[in-house]
Ligand binder design. Structure first.
Ligand SMILES: *Cc1c(COP(=O)(O)O)cnc(C)c1O
Length: 453
């Protein structure tokens, strides 16, 4: 066996096409429904907020979709991203497991999010859009879109949940460096924001409110569209560049993962690393154990219901069938902000419902403990979201030790935590608590699900 710890692809091996799992699904994905009529939405319904290039991908059944050359040109700045064999971690755990991680923290924004931000900015630019609006919770998505906007000469307007805006001033500086406008939400700029402020002048905001503000701004002007950083099919598609590279890197390593692990918030980095491997399996190739890891305080896949629901609190979005805790559920304020979403990507929900994914959940203290152990061994401090994948990978490696078997474990290190030192500070100071979800609140939010025949 080779002693190599890093598998680096040549630029020429940067994928030319994204992988669309819709082509290989054993049962078709339930359609997106219009919130009023409960009929499947058509491209015209989505055209006011998304560019046509993106809408076509949202409903495409083609297995492979070409990555435009200008998008590949920008990807090349940090892609192909490295695959590492975590040999020092293996030694620390004294495990026979072979642990690999794909590192997406090498992107300029420090996470996987630019993989879709760059693509979405490209399609908007191509169709003459001047301005893109969006929301951001923890700030990673806003940062990625700001970066993409600067590359393509687009105005970017980011509604950032007020509590994060105040707690994470560096995120705002990051976005402004790239020329984006970052606005604390709720704001006076929109009627949705003004309505909230009239009733609750001290509102700290929520992702649901920020989405409403961004969508309102996008439909106001013809030259403005809206962008979403996760959940939708086209976002899953763009992220598959991660897993497609990993497939080639495992060829280099002369190995193949028995298990693929990733954290799940809206589901995009999980789909990105997992779907290309799942596609191999669905087409008759090797079976993999696909593990989705979520916070126990926002247990969408493990405790949610698979049902049609809204994507936002204000009920402006179409209805999608997904695992959901109810659109009015507000998860407790744990530190992996990128995982605090009430729903899950329809594609990830669908394959989970088909029994192709094993979801599990961990509390935040367990995750930070794993993140610190990983950092000491491998030298990279993971984002709090990424710590969920690290925790599961370490647990699986320890299980290999107990059982005396060597399995190949791949996990997605979807981002670094260099912007999240406050969360680590709180962890070291003993201020982090294990927050549990409230059964009663979830039941109440689920009782409010729209009834779809
Ligand atoms: C946004 C984000 C997530 C959660 O989103 P997914 O769509 O589930 O990938 C996880 N990790 C990091 C680092 C993020 O920025």
């Amino acid at each position: 066996m080779t002693d190599s710890v890093k598998y680096v692809l040549d630029e020429r091996d940067l994928p030319r096409r994204w992988y669309n799992i819709a082509a290989d699904l054993p049962a078709p994905l339930p359609p997106i429904l219009h919130p009023g009529t409960h009929q499947p939405v058509g491209p015209d319904d989505l055209a006011p907020i998304f560019p046509m290039g993106v809408i076509e991908q949202e409903v495409s059944q083609e297995r492979e979709i070409e990555i435009p050359e200008p998008v590949r040109d920008i990807y090349r700045q940090w892609r192909p991203s490295p695959l590492y064999r975590a040999r020092r971690l293996e030694k620390m755990l004294d495990t026979p497991a072979r642990i690999y991680y794909k590192y997406e923290g090498v992107s300029p924004a420090g996470s996987h999010k630019p993989n879709t931000a760059i693509a979405q900015a490209f399609y908007n630019k191509q169709e003459g859009v001047k301005r893109i609006t969006t929301e951001t919770g923890a700030g990673q998505w806003g940062s990625a879109l700001a970066l993409a906007g600067s590359f393509f000469g687009l105005e970017i307007e980011v509604f950032m949940v007020k509590v994060s805006f105040q707690q994470k001033p560096y995120r705002r500086s990051f976005m402004e460096t790239f020329g984006a406008r970052c606005i604390a939400s709720p704001s006076e700029l929109t009627s949705a924001g003004r309505a909230v402020l009239a009733e609750h002048p001290d509102s700290t905001g929520s992702l649901g409110i920020a989405i409403s503000e961004a969508v309102e701004r996008s439909v106001e002007r013809d030259d403005t569209k809206y962008a979403l950083g996760s959940v939708l099919n086209h976002v899953m598609l763009h992220q598959t560049v991660i897993g497609l590279e990993a497939l080639k890197q495992f060829e280099m390593a002369n190995d193949y993962p028995d298990m693929v692990i990733a954290p799940t918030g809206g589901g995009s980095n999980f789909a990105g690393i997992g779907f290309p491997f799942l596609g191999e399996q669905l087409r008759g190739g090797r079976k993999i154990d696909l593990v989705a890891v979520e916070p126990s305080a926002c247990p969408t896949l493990t405790r949610g219901r698979y049902a049609y629901d809204f994507g936002d609190t204000a009920h402006l979005t179409p209805l999608v069938k997904m695992h959901t805790l109810g659109s009015t559920y507000v998860p407790p304020g744990f530190h992996a902000g990128g995982l605090r979403y009430h729903g899950m990507a329809p594609l990830v929900s669908h394959v989970t419902n088909l029994g192709l994914v094993r979801p599990r959940s961990y509390s935040q203290l367990q995750c930070f403990e794993a993140g610190v152990q990983f950092a000491k061994a491998e030298g990279v401090i993971p984002a709090p979201e990424a710590n969920h994948g690290v925790r599961a990978a370490i647990d699986e490696a320890l299980r290999c030790r107990e059982e005396g078997v060597s399995r190949a474990i791949l996990f997605n290190l979807c981002g670094h935590g260099n912007f999240d030192m406050q969360a680590y500070r709180d962890y070291f100071d003993g201020k982090l608590m294990d927050l549990e979800y409230d059964d009663g609140e979830i039941a109440m939010a689920l009782a409010g699900l729209p009834s779809v025949a």
